[in-house]
Design a protein around this ligand. Structure first.
Ligand SMILES: C[S@@+](CC[C@H](N)C(=O)[O-])C[C@H]1O[C@@H](n2cnc3c(N)ncnc32)[C@H](O)[C@@H]1O
Length: 359
């Protein structure tokens, strides 16, 4: 760590906090320099010399100079290479998601320089696509592999980012859903599109008395899910490989809670979800993608996307009930929020709803 000689306020320890706050408020405190002290005094590094009236106001008279340790500014990728590519980090792999052709090597080496734990840099070469919601990547630098171990909210997920879906940008959304669940929650929770278990395992840890059926159609996602169940030492998750449309009847009337993380298509599976929900009532955590265009595309508003998603969900639930002959007793939206941008004028919207229907 480097040091600098700086002017500072020398003040008795008992007044230290009061003066530190006042200096910070006046933007006179050097926040990148480490405050020092001895038995009686505290030394607060300054951004500039104090004027006489400032000294009077703060009731300080000693402005000595002193050597301070100064924190080095964390460099970001733009400082190193002059542009800022979009990327995400999954375990020890950085995935460039938007980069001008020809700049890949430069960005890759800068990323490995900045993040010492990164062992692979890849570039996304296809969107997330197909039933398994996979994407293709090309290795740009580092080791030649796409398998990694990602840590999130106290859980570990082994996954191959070309063979399964995984999005590290959903970490806070997963945390938000998990923290709604009481630690004492019991009963059946169904994760209809579980992937490698990113929701299921966090829920299982949070509510050990619940039982989670984690379903996915992608056999490789299920293989990783089984490994992740062991890795995280959870006993209350069952990994089930299959198409939810073919197996949902096994779970008729069972679930107190259902996770439906298949944005864009989740509403196509509402009949199955309603059939699986407990007739005493249950909660669905539903994800959709909605456009945020307003005024024929002149303005974008997340609120518009949220309102559209809520309205669409209510319409689709009513349609599903009519189609299946269910009686919808109540439908309450607990929360609807923007989860993350999906495209320039569209967002992923998360909706939590309590539904009671019998059929
Ligand atoms: C957007 S991913 C979500 C994965 C996981 N919930 C997460 O947040 O990481 C959707 C998952 O649904 C699975 N899927 C798609 N259609 C399905 C179906 N009909 N039945 C079961 N799983 C399906 C895909 O294989 C994919 O893993």
């Amino acid at each position: 760590m480097k040091t600098e000689i700086l002017s500072c306020v020398k003040v008795e320890k008992k007044r230290g906090e009061e003066i530190r706050r006042a200096l910070k408020e006046l933007k006179l405190l050097r926040t990148d320099a480490r405050i020092t002290s001895n038995d009686n005094f505290i030394y607060l590094p300054l951004t500039r010399e104090l004027k006489e009236d400032e000294k009077g106001e703060l009731e300080v008279d000693e402005i000595p100079t002193r050597e301070f340790k100064v924190l080095e500014q964390r460099r970001d990728i733009e400082d190193l290479i002059g542009f800022k590519p979009s990327y995400e980090i999954v375990g020890d792999i950085a995935v460039l998601t938007e980069i001008t052709a020809g700049n890949e090597q430069l960005a890759a080496h800068a990323l490995m320089n900045l993040h010492k734990n990164i062992k692979v840099v890849a570039k996304r070469i296809s969107p997330v696509e197909g039933v398994f919601r996979k994407r293709k990547v090309e290795i740009i630098a580092g080791e030649n592999r796409t398998e990694t171990m990602h840590k999130e909210n106290g859980c570990r997920y082994k996954l191959d980012l070309e063979k399964v879906y995984f999005n590290p940008r959903l970490a806070s959304e997963r945390n938000r859903v998990v923290s709604q669940i009481e630690c004492s929650e019991r009963g059946e929770i169904i994760d209809m599109f579980a992937g490698v278990g990113s929701f299921s395992i966090q829920i299982a840890k949070r509510a050990p008395q619940s039982h989670i059926d984690a379903i996915d159609i992608n056999p490789i996602a299920i293989q990783y899910l089984r490994e992740n169940i062991k890795l995280n030492g959870v006993r209350n998750v069952e990994a089930i490989e299959g198409d939810i449309r073919e197996i949902y009847v096994k779970f008729r009337n069972k679930a107190v809670r259902i996770i439906m993380n298949l944005p864009k298509s989740a509403y196509l599976f509402l009949s199955e979800a309603l059939c699986m929900l407990n007739s005493q009532g249950g909660i669905i955590h539903f994800y959709d993608v909605e456009s945020s265009y307003v005024n024929a595309g002149k303005r974008k508003s997340p609120e518009t996307a949220i309102a559209r998603a809520k309205e669409k969900l209510m319409t689709k639930i009513n349609e599903a009930c009519e189609r299946e002959g269910f009686h919808l007793q109540s439908l309450d939206i607990l929360d609807a929020r923007k989860v993350k941008p999906y495209a320039p004028y569209a967002y992923i919207i998360g909706i939590d709803a309590v539904i009671k229907c019998t059929g």
